[in-house]
Design a protein around this ligand. Structure first.
Ligand code: UDX
Ligand code: UDX
Length: 429
C-alpha cells in the first residue's frame, strides 16, 4: 500500500519505517526542512535500537522516502497518518494546534478518497473535530474517512513494540476505511481490535494512565516498605506473580517521566473534568509521582547534610534506559535541583548527553561513568540503563572520595554493593 506519515519524530519515523519493513511504500513527511535533509542524507535524528538499520535497508529498497511536502504525501498515498506532537498547555489540557494545522493541510491537498488516521495521542472526540476540519477546508464533494489508531510503542523498544504488538486498535466509522486499515496492518500478524472513533481515542489515555497508576502504586508501596523494613522488590515479585496483576510496570524508583505519561495523565484529568468527572484517583497518581523525586533528594540531603560544594556524580539523564530522549526526565529534574543547591555535579548518560548539553547547559557532563564517579562524595543512579549494572564497581569504589551510592532505579543488588564496600541506598528496600 502507499502510506504517508505526517510528522517524522519518535512515533512517526518508527511507524513509517516499520510499515516499509512489512512491504508498504511509505513517505515520511516533516515540516522541519533540516530534519528532512538529514534523513535524506542517511542521518537518523533520534536514537532507537534497531531503527537505523531498518531505515537504511528500506531506503535502499525504495520503500521509504522523506519529504517536506505534505501535498506529495497526500497525493501519493491512500492512507495518511498524522503523527505530530500534542504537547501539554499550562493548564494540563492538550495543545491540538499541530493536529489542526495538519488536518487543514491534508484537506487542501485531497483530490480523491483518502483515509486520514490519527496516531498522535489526542483527547476523546478529536477525530470528530479532524473530520469537521477536513470537510470545511477540502473541496466540496471530496470523500475521506477519519480513523483513530493509537500508538502503544515505548521508546527504547519502539521497533520491537511496533513489529510485534500485543494488539492493534483502530476506531473507524466506515467499512471502507476499516478494510483499508486491515490491509495496512495484516502483515503484522497481531490481534486487531476495531472500535468506534471515541473508544479508540479513550483506549490510549486509559491505558497510559493505568500504567502510570501502577508505577505510582508501587512507589507508594515503596514508601511503606522503607518505613517498615520490607523490600519492595520482593513485594513486587509476589504481587506480580498473580497473573491478574502482572510484574510489568511495578518497578519502584524515581517515578515516571518522558514525553507521554506526564502529559497524558494531566490531559486525561483535564478531559475528564471537561466531561464532568473529577478524576481524583489520577490526581493522586500525579502527586505520588512528583513526591517520589523529592523523597529521593531528601534521602540525599539527610546523608550528605548540605549539598552545596559536594562533588556528586550522576549516572543517567535520559527519561528511561535505551533512549536518548530527555523530555520530562526525572534525572534531569534531579540534576537541575542539585546544581541549584550548589552541588558540583558531573553527569553521564550513554545516549542522552548531546540533548542535555544542548538544552541544559547548566548540567555538566563527562564522557564516562568512571569520570562521573572519580573523586565524588556520592554517586546517583537516575536512569535504568542496564549498562550501569556491568560497570567495574570495584574501580568506581576505589576512585570515589566517599563511597555512597543512591540508586534511584533499584538497578544494583544491595548486598553485593555492601560487600564491595559501598554505603548503598535505593528505593523501598
Ligand atoms: C508523538 C505524538 O504523536 C504525540 O501525540 C504522542 O503523544 C507522542 O508521540 P513524537 O513523535 O514523540 O510525538 O514527537 P516529535 O519527536 O516531536 O515528532 C514530531 C514531528 O512532527 C517533528 O519532527 C516535527 O518537525 C513534525 N511536525 C510538527 C510536522 O511535520 N508538522 C507540524 O505541523 C508539526
Ligand atoms: C509509554 C507507554 O508505555 C507506551 O505504551 C506509550 O505508547 C507511550 O508512553 P514510554 O514513555 O516510551 O512509553 O516509556 P515507558 O517504558 O512506559 O516508561 C515511562 C516512564 O515510566 C519512564 O520514565 C520509566 O522510567 C518509568 N517506569 C516504567 C517506572 O518508573 N517503573 C516501571 O515499572 C516502568
Amino acid at each position: 500500500m502507499n502510506i504517508a506519515i505526517v510528522g517524522s519524530g519518535y512515533v512517526g519515523l518508527v511507524t513509517g519505517t516499520c510499515f516499509a519493513e512489512v512491504g508498504h511504500n511509505v513517505i515520511c513527511v516533516d515540516n522541519d526542512d533540516a530534519k528532512v535533509a538529514q534523513l535524506k542524507a542517511g542521518k537518523i535524528p533520534i536514537y532507537e535500537p534497531g531503527l537505523e538499520d531498518l531505515i537504511r535497508k528500506n531506503v535502499q529498497l525504495k520503500r521509504l522516502h522523506f519529504t517536506n511536502s505534505i501535498g506529495e504525501g497526500v497525493e501519493k498515498s491512500q492512507v495518511v497518518f498524522i503523527a505530530v506532537p500534542t504537547p501539554p498547555q499550562h493548564d494540563g489540557s492538550v495543545d491540538l494546534s499541530y493536529v489542526e494545522t495538519v488536518a487543514r493541510q491534508i484537506a487542501e491537498h485531497i483530490k480523491e478518497y483518502r483515509v486520514v488516521v490519527d496516531k498522535s495521542t489526542v483527547p476523546v472526540k478529536t477525530g470528530e473535530k479532524v473530520a469537521e476540519t477536513i470537510r470545511r477546508y477540502a473541496k466540496p464533494g471530496v470523500e475521506f474517512d477519519v480513523v483513530s489508531n493509537p500508538e502503544f510503542l515505548r521508546e527504547g523498544s519502539a521497533v520491537e513494540d511496533l513489529m510485534k504488538p500485543d494488539r492493534i486498535v483502530f476506531g473507524v466509522n466506515s467499512s471502507k476505511a476499516s478494510a483499508l486499515m486491515h490491509e495496512v496492518y495484516s502483515p503484522f500478524n497481531a490481534p486487531i481490535m476495531v472500535t468506534d472513533l471515541n473508544s479508540a481515542e479513550l483506549i490510549k489515555h486509559a491505558s497510559n494512565s493505568f500504567l502510570a497508576l501502577k508505577i505510582s502504586y508501587i512507589n507508594a508501596v515503596a514508601a511503606i516498605c522503607e518505613a517498615s523494613g520490607a523490600d519492595v522488590e520482593k513485594v513486587a515479585a509476589g504481587m506480580g506473580a498473580d497473573k491478574r496483576i502482572g510484574r510489568q510496570f511495578l518497578n519502584a524508583g524515581l517515578g515516571y517521566g518522558g514525553s507521554c505519561f506526564p502529559k497524558d495523565i494531566s490531559a486525561f484529568i483535564k478531559i475528564s473534568e471537561e466531561l464532568g468527572y473529577n478524576f481524583q484517583l489520577l490526581k493522586e497518581v500525579e502527586k505520588i509521582n512528583a513526591d517520589q523525586g523529592e523523597r529521593f533528594l531528601k534521602k540525599l540531603r539527610d546523608k550528605l547534610w548540605v549539598l552545596k560544594d559536594k562533588k556528586i556524580g550522576q549516572l543517567g539523564l535520559a527519561f528511561k534506559g535505551n533512549t536518548d530522549d530527555i523530555r520530562m526526565s526525572v534525572g534531569i529534574r534531579i540534576a537541575e535541583q542539585m546544581v541549584k543547591e550548589g552541588a558540583s555535579l558531573l553527569a553521564y548518560d550513554p545516549k542522552g548527553m548531546e540533548k542535555c548539553n544542548q538544552l541544559h547547559p547548566d548540567i555538566k557532563t563527562v564522557n564516562s561513568a568512571y569520570e562521573a564517579a572519580n573523586g565524588a562524595e556520592a554517586l546517583i543512579i537516575a536512569t535504568e540503563w542496564v549498562d550501569f549494572k556491568s560497570l567495574d564497581w570495584v574501580k568506581i569504589r576505589e576512585s570515589m572520595r566517599t563511597p555512597l551510592i543512591f540508586d534511584g532505579r533499584n538497578l544494583l543488588d544491595p548486598s553485593e554493593m555492601k560487600s564491595l564496600g559501598f554505603e548503598y541506598y535505593s528505593v523501598g528496600r
